[in-house]
Design a protein around this ligand. Structure first.
Ligand code: DX5
Ligand code: ZN
Length: 223
């Protein structure tokens, strides 16, 4: 099943709660929340106080994408703030197995993310122990970048590997996904789709609905 995860990095923060509600009305099951520390990536975004503030706005799944060094330091506070899925970057973790354990210890779902230049082999030792693999389709750090075409092959390879080996983890994609290129990642095998600028530029409800309806059709055709 395809899930949709609008990234609030591109939202209008003056009316963040209302915009999240619009994505829920538009049919998005997840909210993608980009936490940036200004070290792992250049930008600083927001942290657990914001997550805690928006938690009562919606019952959508909170999909927290940690772009931070030393991710182990932030697990408990993300969990307490209301995260449902906590994804950390493989490149940022000294001991990925320990971070996986820490997230599980909080009773949350575990995601690992890899940057476009990180070899797929590097994540292989962990794929059996996670709920979601986030394959970045731009360099993490900013919204509004262009999809990196080489990503398609990486998604395809991981989906094939998961199928051959009975691995049930979701494959999420993040960066440069628009309504007019989303079929490329769906066909390659991604099933959790993040979009930031494509949702929050313009009519949030209509943009979300356009993606969600497309995913419903996609799900129905393959049911
Ligand atoms: C980038 C973030 C993304 C970002 C995507 O580092 O992880 O989630 O918000 O934005 P778009 O969809 O505009 O590329
Ligand atoms: Zn993200």
């Amino acid at each position: 099943m395809i899930k949709f995860a609008p990234s609030i990095l591109s939202a209008d923060f003056r009316i963040l709660g209302e915009q999240i509600e619009e994505t829920a009305r538009g049919g998005a099951e997840y909210v993608h929340i980009d936490v940036m520390d200004g070290n792992f990536v250049p930008q600083v975004s927001f942290g657990d106080p914001v997550i805690k503030t928006i938690r009562p706005c919606t019952s959508q799944v909170f999909d927290v994408h940690l772009m931070v060094l030393h991710p182990e330091r932030y697990i408990q506070r993300m969990a307490d703030a209301g995260a449902d899925i906590i994804t950390f970057h493989l490149e940022a973790a000294e001991d990925p197995a320990a971070v996986i354990e820490a997230i599980r210890g909080c009773g949350k779902k575990v995601g690992i993310s890899i940057k476009p230049g990180t070899s797929l082999d590097a994540v292989m030792p962990f794929v059996r122990d996670i709920d979601m693999l986030l394959i970045m389709t731009v360099e993490p750090g900013f919204g509004g970048q262009k999809y990196i075409p080489e990503s398609t092959d990486r998604i395809r390879k991981m989906r094939a590997y998961f199928e051959e080996n009975g691995i049930r983890a979701d494959i999420e994609v993040d960066g440069g996904i628009k309504r007019d290129n989303v079929d490329v990642v769906l066909e390659a095998g991604a099933n959790v789709i993040v979009a930031g600028s494509a949702v929050f530029a313009g009519d949030v409800y209509a943009n979300t609905k356009s993606f969600s309806e497309h995913f419903e059709e996609w799900n129905a055709e393959r049911a």
